[in-house]
Design a protein around this ligand. Structure first.
Ligand code: PMP
Length: 428
């Protein structure tokens, strides 16, 4: 039969080779790394072949989904915990507890590292976040407090008043997390809220008194990580993501495209890249319902006129999770002076990009990565760029964090979001 002939031909072909040439192996790291945190950062930069070939512009994505906690937020969680330990706000294996208000990725990253350092974790999150994130947090042993945001009690009744509440959602979760941290122990980081914002060299003493390990043992400590306002978030990217991109491209970058959830990625990476070459353009990809696009284009965070009477959804029920900002956090404030442009990406465009990438590149990505890549092609088209230009963006997490919403065609149909990869091909 043809199968037998195929195997015989294959055997003969193999027999003619004396030996196989070993293929060169490229390791992500040559060293033996220390535990799970050793896997964080130093992610590869990959060429998105379908988009780069079609546009002529090199579109490169930083594969942050390869971090052990599955997202770019591992870098931030590690840096926040390391900095808190350095200044004495956290003490490994002494009953300390980390609190954070988050829609998921940061919580998973914190829980991953906390397990390795002997901390307990409480994550406060809205109750409409994709269920797989809650399952991951439970598997990692985190306590999850799910809070019903007032803003989504009845989506049909969303008025501009409700939208106003939505816009303070992050603030709401931060406050709940902050209160829990304070309740947990009077040694919460809020005894000294600004200590983490000073560069380590400026921190002389955090408490004033000497503390012995045995004192620490019977003192439960609550530390509110506060990724939105915590400068360590920016620093993780300024010292990590930015220099890595610079090295991986040998400085040959024309633009950096990023979404913003806390603003840490764009602030840290963008500021580093600009410090190396001020001609690098920093561009925001902003999902529907976020105020950042308006802030950059028109100088105001919110555009009430635009939201009233339209079907635009807010971040709480958009299918794009993790990016979108409606208040000026410390981290995004750091980025504002260096942001050159912004694109608003619709849910339909993000969904289209994600399906296109699976079909053409075998890349199964999350919603914010898809937003970023759609913004890359809009930027290349707007600038009229062709060969010789390079755009770098962040592939924040993988599609496996998004089965129940973004990657659920049934859900998308119900919410009226088309699944049409043609939206990408039109622009190529
Ligand atoms: N993508 C995903 C999936 C995220 O969870 C986040 C963080 N919320 C971001 C992108 C945005 O990163 P940043 O907080 O640094 O703005």
């Amino acid at each position: 039969t043809s199968l037998a002939l195929f195997f015989r031909a294959r055997r003969e072909r193999l027999a003619t080779h004396d030996h196989f040439e070993p293929r060169p192996i490229e390791l992500r790291s040559d060293e033996v790394l220390s535990g799970v945190t050793g896997l964080i950062g130093n992610t590869p930069l990959i060429r998105i072949n379908s988009l780069s070939d079609a546009l002529g512009v090199e579109i490169l994505g930083k594969a942050e989904f390869l971090n052990p906690g599955g997202s770019v937020k591992d870098r931030v969680a590690l840096r926040m915990i390391d900095d808190a330990e350095t200044v004495g706000l956290l003490h490994p294996h002494t009953g300390s507890r980390i609190f954070e208000g988050t829609v998921g990725s940061t919580g998973i990253s914190i829980a991953t590292i906390a397990r390795a350092r002997g901390y307990d974790v409480t994550i406060i999150m809205p109750d409409d976040v994709a269920e797989e994130k809650v399952k991951a947090l439970h598997a990692l042993g985190a306590d999850v407090e799910r809070v019903r945001p007032t803003s989504i009690v009845d989506k049909k009744q969303v008025s501009s008043f409700f939208l106003l509440i939505c816009r303070h959602l992050h603030f709401f979760f931060s406050n709940v997390a902050r209160q829990r941290a304070i309740d947990f122990g009077k040694h919460s980081s809020f005894d000294k809220p600004h200590v983490l914002q000073a560069p380590p060299s400026m921190i002389v003493s955090t408490t004033g008194d000497e503390e012995k390990p045995e004192d620490l043992m019977d003192k439960p400590r609550g530390f509110f990580a506060d990724q939105f306002e915590n400068r360590s978030n920016h620093d993780a990217h300024y010292d990590g993501t930015g220099p890595e991109i610079w090295r991986q491209t040998s400085g040959s970058v024309n633009a950096f495209v990023s979404g913003a959830g806390t603003g840490g990625t764009v602030a840290g990476t963008g500021r580093f890249l600009k410090s190396m070459n001020e001609d690098i353009i920093v561009v925001i990809s902003d999902p529907e319902g976020s105020g950042l696009y308006n802030k950059i284009k028109h100088g105001v965070m919110f555009d009430y006129k635009e939201s009233e009477g339209t079907k635009r959804r807010h971040q709480v029920d958009t299918v794009v999770e993790g990016i979108g900002i409606n208040r000026l956090t410390d981290n995004i404030s750091l980025a504002l002076p260096i942001i050159d442009d912004a694109f608003r990406i619709t849910d339909a465009e993000a969904v289209a990009m994600s399906r296109y990438l699976v079909q053409h590149d075998g890349l199964f990505l999350g919603s914010s990565s898809a937003c970023n890549l759609f913004a890359c092609i809009k930027l290349a088209r707007k600038m009229g760029w062709q060969k010789g230009q390079t755009i770098v963006t962040i592939l924040c997490d993988s599609g496996n964090r998004h089965y129940s919403k973004f990657w659920n065609d049934e859900y998308l149909k119900k919410t009226g979001i088309p699944v049409n990869p043609g939206l990408v091909t039109e622009l190529l």
